[in-house]
Ligand binder design. Structure first.
Ligand SMILES: NC(=O)c1ccc[n+]([C@@H]2O[C@H](COP(=O)([O-])OP(=O)(O)OC[C@H]3O[C@@H](n4cnc5c(N)ncnc54)[C@H](OP(=O)(O)O)[C@@H]3O)[C@@H](O)[C@H]2O)c1
Length: 318
């Protein structure tokens, strides 16, 4: 495993982080037993992963807590989150603190390393700062978590408006952002700022559905070509991303997608979610491989850097 600094937190994090949410939720969305999900976590540990991201709404905190119960607490980094549910029914500070307490109980730990406000939209940001952050900082003083983070909601905020606003404030030590080969706009609006301010970054959506579901990728590419947003050449192949294998040195599009994100300057931890042991193994291997070839990177840049808001929806929303 390779390790890197998570911004200025002082945490040394594995560059591959196990996401316990996403489509798979450790396999809980696809019929895995709790024991099978626990074994996914143990497999990740064996592969050297020390970063684990979950959230109260994923329903996987208890599974993660059970899996990590006998592991020395200082050998793993636990990140969890609390949502502020509805626009007209925002959680109060005391509800957020209660959620943090529940997370600690679920995770069987006295503190989490990173506690995030989850999927915050731009319209709610002032409320978050004025009402929730002061209460959370008091909890941090008590040692219930070590670093404060915030995550965006890519389907609702493809231009990263919430995060770009959040960079005006000094309280955020870690941010979670959506970034992939066909949605590269975080390079200028997010990574340029996190690098300058030494804020830790957790990357989501590297693969998600767009690169794991070939029918979804094909229909997306077809539409982009029809709309004049992608060159005609992408329509002329059964595999529009063949060049990643032929010229890029990748073994699959998923391999290419993880390597692309991993080597982006400013990306600290690449989150990958899976309920499938074979996928866990190949994904960690991919994240540890060298960058794609220069030729492939140039082509992804030239042909796709103007794209945004591609492949951010869930399969059920297609
Ligand atoms: N707003 C937020 O805060 C937010 C939102 C979304 C996600 N997240 C975080 O980011 C993490 C990652 O989520 P994500 O949305 O980026 O998606 P993801 O869960 O990483 O999606 C990957 C998808 O591809 C499949 N897959 C993975 N490896 C594969 C392989 N080698 N071959 C074939 N299929 C493969 C997985 O299914 P299998 O089970 O079959 O492997 C899964 O359906 C989450 O777990 C969560 O921690 C945070």
């Amino acid at each position: 495993m390779e390790f890197t600094s998570l911004g200025a937190t002082g945490l040394q994090v594995s560059v591959a982080g196990l996401g316990c949410g996403g489509n798979s939720r450790l396999g809980q969305s696809t019929g895995s037993t709790v024991a099978e999900s626990i074994s996914i976590i143990h497999q990740a540990l064996d592969l050297g992963v020390n970063f684990f991201d979950t959230a109260e709404v994923y329903g996987t905190e208890k599974i993660l807590g059970t899996a990590l119960h006998k592991v020395p607490r200082d050998s793993v980094i636990i990140s969890t989150k609390c949502r502020i549910p509805e626009p007209r029914n925002l959680h109060s500070a005391s509800q957020i603190v209660a959620s943090l307490e529940r997370s600690l109980r679920n995770l069987q730990t006295d503190f989490v390393d990173v506690f995030h406000l989850h999927a915050v939209q731009r319209r709610d940001y002032e409320y978050v700062c004025d009402e929730l952050v002061p209460a959370l900082l008091r909890e941090r003083e008590k040692g219930k978590f070590s670093h404060l983070g915030i995550t965006e909601t890519p389907p609702n905020d493809p231009k990263h408006l919430m995060l770009t606003h959040a960079f005006e404030d000094e309280c955020w030590e870690v941010v979670m952002v959506g970034f992939h080969m066909m949605h590269q706009n975080a390079r200028d609006s997010v990574f340029a700022r996190t690098l300058k301010k030494n804020i830790g970054t957790l990357i989501m959506f590297a693969v998600r559905s767009i690169f794991s579901d070939s029918a979804y990728l094909s229909s997306t590419v077809e539409k982009l070509v029809a709309d004049g947003k992608l060159a005609e050449k992408y329509n002329h192949s059964t595999n529009p991303f063949d060049f990643l294998l032929k010229e890029g040195g990748a073994t699959s599009i998923i391999d290419a997608a993880y390597r692309y994100v991993r080597h982006e300057p400013g990306a600290n931890v690449v989150l990958f979610g899976s309920g499938n042991p074979a996928h866990v193994e190949t994904n960690v291997k991919s994240i540890l491989k060298p960058p794609l070839s220069q030729m492939a990177l140039e082509r992804i840049g030239e042909d796709m850097s103007h794209l945004e808001d591609i492949g951010l929806d869930l399969p059920r929303n297609r």
